[in-house]
Design a protein around this ligand. Structure first.
Ligand SMILES: Nc1nc2c(ncn2[C@@H]2O[C@H](COP(=O)(O)OP(=O)(O)OP(=O)(O)O)[C@@H](O)[C@H]2O)c(=O)[nH]1
Ligand SMILES: [Mg+2]
Length: 226
């Protein structure tokens, strides 16, 4: 078959069959639809750390390394979150709230056209932009990348291929399972601990569940730049 024949054959095939999907950029998905039950009195996403709400720290870390940021939450959280972040993120609102983090992730994934997405929970304020960038690099040509920290593989933060992750969400949900099942269905690259610690200390992965957790990290600042 001549080159010309090839070209005309390609023209008649649907785009999906002729080429890999075009890269449509990077998203940053922030999971923030939980009830913060271990953090009484306020939504932990809004809890201040060094003068900025936790959610703001996560949004700031994502800003330099993604094309768009999407916050997943319930409708009743949206106005306060928009004000807290301040620079016009998009929202992916759970159609039904309180269905767990995997359900929130599914909502967030459906809200972006990006090829790859970083997924960070609102309560992980010290993950540096440089490390998220590194995870994007590790995820390239794979279904995603997650770090091994302190001897165990973490579900989050993650960088995921959006289409592969949406399919893995469906697999995990079909079996009524959570984030760990999602990760095993996705089968991402697990970045070895030695490679992770070459970029950041394990304190970068501190997550805030209680007022005590927050008190313990107050004043740490953003000293985990990677
Ligand atoms: N959309 C959505 N996100 C959730 C839900 N539950 C937890 N998350 C998010 O998943 C991440 C990890 O969850 P947790 O650390 O347990 O947060 P949480 O559920 O708000 O806190 P607790 O009530 O103390 O368990 C956080 O970013 C939460 O906002 C939910 O039912 N829906
Ligand atoms: Mg919870």
């Amino acid at each position: 078959m001549s080159l010309t024949d090839n070209e005309s054959a390609a023209e008649t095939l649907p785009a999906e069959e002729t080429a890999a999907h075009a890269d449509t950029g990077r998203a940053g998905l922030i999971l923030a639809g939980g009830r913060s039950e271990r953090f009484p009195t306020i939504d932990k996403a809004l809890a201040p750390l060094d003068g900025r709400p936790l959610l703001g720290h996560v949004a700031d870390a994502l800003a330099p390394v993604v094309d768009e940021r999407v916050i997943n939450c319930r409708r009743d959280q949206q106005a306060a979150f928009a004000e807290a972040v301040g620079d016009d993120p998009r929202f992916a609102i759970d159609p039904v709230g309180d269905r767990g983090p995997l359900s929130g992730l599914r909502t967030a994934l459906a809200a972006t056209e990006a090829t790859y997405a970083a997924v960070v929970p609102c309560d992980m304020p010290f993950v540096p932009a440089g490390f998220i960038e590194y995870l994007f690099g590790q995820a390239r040509h794979n279904t995603g990348a997650i770090p091994r920290v302190d001897g165990r593989q973490r579900s989050l933060p993650a960088v995921v291929h959006v289409r592969a992750a949406a399919a893995a969400c469906e697999d995990a949900r079909r079996h009524d399972e959570g984030l760990a099942a999602f990760v095993s269905a996705l089968d991402p690259v697990v970045v070895p601990e030695r490679a992770v610690t070459a970029h950041v200390g394990s304190a970068a992965f501190a997550n805030i569940d209680t007022h005590e957790d927050l008190a313990a990290v107050r004043g740490e600042g953003r000293r985990f730049e990677g």
